[in-house]
Write a protein that binds this ligand. Structure first.
Ligand code: CS2
Length: 496
């Protein structure tokens, strides 16, 4: 995206020109580093960076963040050119506000300079490492939890070259940290995965078992490294030209790293930080000793329903989540999915009504100012479906209950990966398992029953008990038949 000629760029030198209400809450560049964050996408900038800055603003502390982009150079170059400053525009239905965040103390590009990242992880000043690297970066088989022997990871584990994968960076970083006796550290997954803390722990431990690492490293890690689980929540669509324009209008300078997000945000964090942490609770985070119930609530209700709207909406030709949600009968169907199935599939956090939470979620999705594309939420479905929908199905069925509405979501995903919307428009398949999915579809021809059978055989996606459940298979096949014959809108009208 081009810089507008004649408008200065956001940076330390232009901060004084910003409207007072848009200035950072801390003095950028002056907060000592205490956190390394892997994954510099829009979500981190509008979530953990904001919480950390607010905590620093209220309670102080040496918790500046060095942001590491594992692969993309663009975001690193853009932020470096802006002295690591960026703005967050909060989009409410009633209006917006924009503020520059000063929590980033620097940025690094892991693929370009992996050693710099390993050195940072071994720095005693760094006591917290947070991650938003998306589901697929964990390289764990979603069905079995075992590490996938991906060639890049295998090479990282051998250790005869600088690491290129996220697990590889963490392992070499921890190895260097142990050698430097740099003290304890918390590794904090902020990705939308169930039990994300134990997953990250399992990834690190499985990596240690397979890697060439010095004797004693495993003991050091078990004594010095914690893996608190978290539930993270804020809707932050990918930035667009409009996001940058809104930021420029509010700031008076151009910000090419601007992000926009909904007003709502939530962060539930297990309080297990052996080297200390920012006072995130002063910024509204909930510190707890078990985030599990919150994670399930969010993944099954918010993310599950988000994916439902994304697949049904994309098939019906809607560009955004908010527009798709307004399609006739979808609201009714989603309410039934939430009330009859999601809420019955698990025990939520004490005192929280899942159906009430569902109301709040649907209202957030309807925010017209958030132009979240259905195709963005639809991507990587193979990595998202298990925790968002299939665990709901498995738990309902184990309790002897029907999972018919959840089966509709599975059918919508299957039709979506088929690559054609209801009006025949091509739909992109962006998914790490795209090849396997295409191969499964190709073998099944036009038959919905064979298609369902072929996709259920993807063991990385479908838990065995779901794949083997005849009732679920029948329900998904019926929905897929209806979707293929009549399209989304008629199918919903017939069902609601
Ligand atoms: C979305 C999430 O893209 C997706 O799959 O469901 O990014 C969602 O917006 C966030 O989890 C909200 O906290």
């Amino acid at each position: 995206m081009a810089v507008t000629v004649g408008v200065d760029r956001l940076g330390l030198g232009t901060l004084h020109r910003l409207p007072v209400e848009s200035r950072p809450l801390v003095r950028p560049g002056e907060v000592p580093v205490g956190i390394v964050h892997l994954g510099l996408g829009a979500f981190h900038r509008a979530h953990q960076a904001v919480y950390t800055e607010e905590a620093l603003g209220v309670a102080g502390g040496d918790w500046g963040i060095v942001g590491v982009a594992p692969r993309s150079t663009d975001v690193v170059e853009t932020l470096a050119a802006q002295d690591s400053l960026f703005s967050v525009t909060t989009l409410a239905a009633t209006g917006s506000s924009t503020r520059v965040v000063g929590a980033l103390a620097g940025v690094r590009h892991a693929a370009g300079d992996p050693q710099a990242v390993v050195d940072l992880l071994a720095d005693p000043a760094v006591r917290v490492v947070t991650l938003t690297v998306t589901e697929k970066a964990y390289q764990l088989d979603p069905a079995t939890g075992r590490l996938r022997p991906d060639p890049a990871l295998v090479a990282d584990l051998r250790g005869d070259r600088p690491p290129t994968t996220v697990p590889g960076l963490l392992l070499r970083g921890l190895q260097a940290r142990a050698a430097a006796q740099a003290g304890p550290v918390a590794l904090v997954s902020c990705d939308n995965l169930p039990a994300n803390g134990s997953r990250l722990r399992s990834l690190v431990y499985q990596g240690l078992e397979r890697a060439r690492v010095p004797d004693g490293l495993l003991d050091w890690v078990s004594g010095q490294v914690t893996f608190p689980a978290t539930m993270v929540d804020r809707i932050v669509p990918a930035s667009t030209a409009e996001t940058l324009t809104a930021a420029r209008q509010a700031l008076g300078v151009s910000d090419l790293a601007a992000v926009a997000a909904e007003p709502y945000r939530q962060w539930v964090v297990e309080d297990d930080f052996p080297g200390g942490r920012p006072a995130w609770e002063r910024a509204g985070a909930v510190l707890t000793d078990d985030a599990g119930a919150w994670e399930r609530l969010k993944l099954r209700t918010l993310n599950g329903v988000h994916s439902a709207i994304a697949y049904l909406g994309a098939l019906a030709g809607y560009e955004t989540i908010a527009d798709a949600l307004a399609m006739p009968h979808l609201g009714t169907v989603l309410r039934r999915l939430i009330d009859e199935e999601i809420a019955a599939s698990f025990t939520g956090p004490e005192g929280v009504s899942v159906t009430g939470y569902g109301d709040e979620v649907l209202a957030r999705f309807a925010n017209p100012a958030i132009r979240h594309r259905t195709l963005q939420v639809a991507m990587d479905g193979s990595q998202k479906l298990p925790q968002r929908i299939l665990h709901t199905v498995a738990d309902l069925r184990a309790a002897g209950r029907s999972a018919r509405w959840a089966a509709l979501v599975v059918a919508a995903w299957i039709r979506f990966v088929g690559g054609r919307a209801d009006d025949g428009t091509a739909l992109p398949l962006q998914d790490p398992l795209a090849e396997q999915i295409r191969a499964a579809l190709a073998g099944a021809g036009d038959s919905p029953a064979r298609t369902v059978q072929a996709l259920f055989a993807l063991a990385e996606v479908f838990p065995v008990e779901v794949a083997a459940d005849d009732q679920v298979r029948t329900d998904v096949t019926e929905w897929l038949t209806a979707l293929s014959r009549h399209g989304v809108e008629a199918t919903l009208a017939g069902a609601a």
